[in-house]
Design a binder for this molecule. Structure first.
Ligand code: ZN
Ligand code: ZN
Length: 399
């Protein structure tokens, strides 16, 4: 009997044990069930502005494929695995989703409401990124990491909550710029900016937004009370395609609200703005991914995983380096560029790492009294100076 064998998590999850198929089945079953809910309640669970961007026929086809795969992988797991839980749950989720209408639920109710969640956006992005990055990290992984690595639930929670609350995050991004520069819309400068070719506006956006982002990001590192919020993003000790989601809401809202101001004030057109949002979404997943890609001289032109992994490095040489999200040239200009061609950081995270690992505890963390007083908090340098020439623990920002 398999259930009487000594528990060995690695052996229990090997290919052929039914664990991979069972996990896939449950994950796809959940995605399928939530997608069916989106069809039933489009006014509350989908984003009105984005809905027309994806063709419904293809979404229904994708949902059908997801439900069939969930059921078949559930069957596979049920046959292969001694413990039938994963297979049974996966199959049950798929069956319930089909009984609730599956991919054929008609959309006949109201499709707009005042308040909505971006569940469609959550599911589409999750399926898309999982399909691209899980195989990519399997084949080109820099470190041998599992998909369900340390704190995967935490990073998944960040992804789900921040994407679901898209109405709130969009409002927080747009409101400061509208309040400050709403009056400037339609002026001569804005007309001139808008009249430029889309590709040129897009390139200008990359430069302008990343310039603003560079200094805001740098401020989050060097101003101690801001660092408390940004420390959440740096608390991850594992980098992969899900890691970039870990960001405190204050960090995300302040950064996005401020970088949107120049883009809005200058009057860029909607299409280049949308293209930029797509770029930043894909690139922020990509630069955290656990992939061993080398881009040669191109890594001086745009931010790569190698470049951003050094930003997360726990090594002393990596402290406060590589703030750009798109353009490493900004770090070269302002003296914070660090990209050893032949090495990656020894590890990731912050030292000391007093950030709690719970989702709600991380929300509260910046507002709590500090248990360990960091050297960066003292006006005259570190409280307990490390031996020279040691530059001190991570984020030791001596004046
Ligand atoms: Zn940072
Ligand atoms: Zn990052």
């Amino acid at each position: 009997m398999r259930s009487n064998e000594p528990a060995d998590p690695v052996a229990e999850r090997r290919f052929g044990t039914g664990w991979i198929s069972g996990t896939m089945s449950v994950a796809l079953g959940i995605v399928g069930l939530l997608a069916v809910a989106c069809f039933h309640f489009p006014s509350y669970l989908t984003i009105p502005e984005v809905r027309h961007l994806y063709p419904l026929v293809w979404v229904r086809l994708l949902l059908h494929a997801i439900l069939v795969t969930a059921f078949l992988t559930g069957c596979t797991s049920f046959v292969l695995r001694g413990d039938k839980t994963l297979g049974t749950v996966g199959m049950a989720l798929a069956v319930v989703a089909v009984l609730l209408g599956g991919s054929r639920v008609p959309i006949d109710g109201p499709t707009t409401s005042g308040v909505y969640l971006g569940l469609d956006y959550v599911l589409l992005l999750f399926v898309l990124y999982a399909l691209i990055f899980i195989p990519l990290e399997r084949v080109f992984g820099r470190l041998p990491q599992r998909v369900f690595r340390k704190d995967w639930k935490l990073d998944l929670a960040y992804f789900f909550v921040s994407t679901l609350l898209v109405q709130v995050t969009t409002f927080l991004t747009v409101a400061p710029a509208s309040l400050l520069f709403g009056w400037a819309q339609g002026g001569a400068v804005q007309q001139w900016v808008k009249a430029q070719p889309t590709w040129l506006q897009f390139l200008e956006l990359v430069v302008i937004v990343d310039f603003a982002q560079y200094w805001i990001h740098r401020a989050f590192h060097v101003v101690p009370w801001l660092w408390r919020f940004h420390a959440i993003h740096h608390s991850t000790e594992v980098l992969d395609w899900m890691s970039g989601n870990r960001q405190h809401i204050v960090d995300a809202a302040v950064t996005r609200g401020l970088i949107y101001i120049p883009a809005f004030a200058l009057g860029f057109a909607e299409l280049p703005m949308v293209l930029y949002v797509v770029l930043v979404s894909v690139q922020s997943v990509f630069i955290h991914a656990n992939v061993n890609f080398r881009f040669g001289r191109l890594s001086y032109l745009f931010a790569t995983p190698h470049f951003h992994h050094w930003h997360h490095g726990v090594d002393r040489e990596a402290i406060d380096k590589n703030f750009a999200i798109h353009l490493p040239v900004l770090d070269m200009l302002f003296g914070t560029f660090h990209l050893p061609a032949d090495r990656w950081p020894q590890g990731y995270g912050v030292d000391p790492n007093d950030v709690p690992s719970g989702y709600l505890a991380q929300w509260a963390y910046p507002f709590m009294p500090q248990r360990t007083r960091r050297p960066a908090m003292t006006p005259d340098g570190p409280a307990a100076p490390p031996p020279l020439p040691d530059p001190g623990p991570r984020h030791d920002h001596r004046p």
